[in-house]
Write a protein that binds this ligand. Structure first.
Ligand code: FE2
Ligand code: FE2
Length: 200
């Protein structure tokens, strides 16, 4: 599901819920902010590509709306937004891609596609398995939008680059992502490792 090669075990949700839902929400709020910043940077760096200039500002606004929604939920639950932590997931993807990439823009679009896909996978798991059904409802509400973003980034790559080049590079990055996720440490964060000794 979601076009990913590594499937997160549902036990990840129980680990998150047993650790800290406030930490999950704080991390999630920062993910939405970073997503909006990434889209704005893509527009600023590619002013000559109409598809990017015309489509990504709307997505950036949606991500900021998600930020507002998640930050409000965090606050209602007694949490406060803290400074962003570095992301071993996003850092790992960018480091992995830079070793073999031929186009910075193609890799940025495909990495955004994969991050949206992994977010959608995690939101789906949270919506299905969280015992806190009110938070599950929030993830159910946000899931369709991340699924639309996932497809949009792939379509953008396909509109700008030759199909074979997109397909070949996507296979490389998809494999790299699937190898990275199980090696990440477990934390109550949207893109953390699965925990439970899965990296062994
Ligand atoms: Fe979002
Ligand atoms: Fe998104």
């Amino acid at each position: 599901m979601f076009g990913l090669l590594y499937e997160t075990p549902p036990e990840w949700v129980a680990r998150v819920e047993a650790t800290s839902l406030l930490d999950l929400l704080g991390d999630h709020a920062h993910c939405e902010l970073k997503a909006a910043a990434t889209m704005q940077a893509l527009v600023a760096k590619n002013p000559g590509i109409p598809d990017i200039v015309q489509k990504l500002p709307r997505v950036a606004m949606e991500e900021l709306e998600h930020f507002e929604r998640v930050e409000a939920e965090l606050r209602q639950r007694g949490g406060t937004l803290r400074e962003a932590d570095t992301s071993p997931y996003a850092d790992g993807l960018h480091r992995g891609s830079s070793a073999t990439r031929t186009s910075l823009l193609l890799d940025r679009l495909l990495i955004s596609h994969l991050i949206e896909a992994r977010s959608a996978e995690r939101f789906h798991l949270l919506a299905t398995h969280l015992q806190d059904r009110s938070l599950a409802a929030l993830y159910q509400e946000l899931l369709p939008s991340e699924s639309v973003h996932r497809v949009l980034f792939l379509r953008l790559a396909q509109a700008i680059f030759p199909e074979a080049k997109v397909n070949d590079r996507l296979e490389v990055l998809r494999r790299m992502e699937a190898e990275l996720v199980p090696t990440l440490p477990f934390e109550p964060r949207v893109h953390s490792g699965p925990g439970g000794g899965a990296a062994a």
